[in-house]
Design a protein around this ligand. Sequence first.
Ligand code: SF4
Length: 191
Amino acid sequence: MVKNSLWVFHLNSGSCNGCDIEILNIFAPRNDVERLGIKLVGSPRHADAIAFTGPITRECLPKVIDALKAVPEPKVVLAIGACACGGGIWYDTYSVIGGVKELYRILKEEYNMEPPATVFIPGCPPKPEAIIYGVAVASGMLESKQKKTVYVEPEESVANEKLMIAELISETEKTRHFMPGIVIRGVEDEP
Ligand code: SF4
């Protein structure tokens, strides 16, 4: 059943340690993922996958890029937790660039690097079961239950929606609930 044993380099890119504790949890005797060939390694050069926890801080960004480049191809990124996926509650704070998507934008613009295959494991922190599932998908043990779908709203329905909003506004204008726009008067308009 096991197609590949996955060696993972874990990098805390700015985590509060909540996600890191859950990673340790999957190696503890209750889950013991080493029996499935999943192993933490001490160098990105020995890894098949790199696991980020936490948002990516500006301080960590150069180290994150160096570590990501050091993982041999074909590499997989595991974005563990809401922060690594999209910056979490820190996404727009001064010391943080965001999550891995923002990292990929920087890699594309600065180094012309295409984003590696990425497994997003949301949660704050994600449960150990969710991390195990994500790692199993990354290592080819399991097929992902999620398939990518992109919904594009048909132009006709956008036009209909705009028409509906215009009708609602014109109906509201006729009622006593209508709030007229604020007129700002200049000093010369004062009576
Ligand atoms: S997702 Fe939650 S637990 Fe994980 S690093 Fe962010 S704040 Fe901490």
